[in-house]
Design a protein around this ligand. Sequence first.
Ligand code: HPA
Ligand code: ZN
Length: 326
Amino acid sequence: MNLIKLIHALPKTELHLHIEGSLEPAMMWNLASKHGVSLPYDSIADIEAAYQFEDLQSFLDLYYQGADVLRDEDDFYQLMMAYLTRCHDDNVVHAEIMFDPQTHTSRGVGFDVFMPGFERAIQDAKQKWGISVYLIMSFLRHLSEKDAIDTLNQARAYYPMIKAVGLDSSELGNPPEKFVKVFAAARALGFKCVAHAGEEGPPEYIWQALDLLHVDRIDHGVRCVEDASLMQRLKDEGMPLTVCPQSNIKLCVFDHMKDHNILSLLDDDLCVTVNADDPSYFGGYLNDNYRALMTHLSMNESQLVKLVKNSFVASFLPTDEKNHWL
Ligand code: HPA
Ligand code: ZN
């Protein structure tokens, strides 16, 4: 089988995906018109043309603005269902999906609106295609730790739907150490923990995520290469990195895909995985990201198989379910 066909055919997991970042311009346009929200764009093509970013913050500004069209339960159902349909198309059998409650609660849209919408789509996708989903509730790190603690408390009725907590948004200036208490509380409640670290931030933020937040995975983490002892630690612990190649190019973490370090991390035996991050903003879903590694980094078949296996190893699936796929 050629590599393109194999990328499609292999059952995969996706572990780093922001559901708000899967809001396609056409859906944004339709929901804006449904709710009478005025967008600073004249057409769907205009929205697409605006997606040129210089860094993480320039992306986040548009991402939060776009999420404002999500208002009622059905909007969140549509959003989740559209992503899970793409999972089915790409042969993604299990997804661990981040959502940002504070992006919605700060606009008066509560857990009782978005959680039932997500749940209905997750159940429909499970029934139609057998896809399994875990949700990761991510705290916005540009806000205070108190706001994150309030969010954890507000989510109480929905804890059974949530597998893990995460940390995202503007990394520089908002180190993991700012969130020690809320992560300790989440761990005590039995949640797994992940955090974005080492996307734009320095290796020190990865150390903090490991030592202070006690995370089970690092989201991005590509700046670990700047610190040899950190690389060794990640390798020794088999600590997964959920790497997002096309995101890193769009946000100028690397100049070009041919400069990306994912395959060298893989060849150094780090547990790296491939993910789309915010596919509608970065121009590709999961298989597009794998194909980009083939085109620009000459990924070979054994590297592909290793990356896909890592996606199961790094997941929060129980061991027997992981073993079923490995
Ligand atoms: N980094 C930080 N925050 C985010 C991202 C990201 O890549 N995507 C959505 N929120
Ligand atoms: Zn992310």
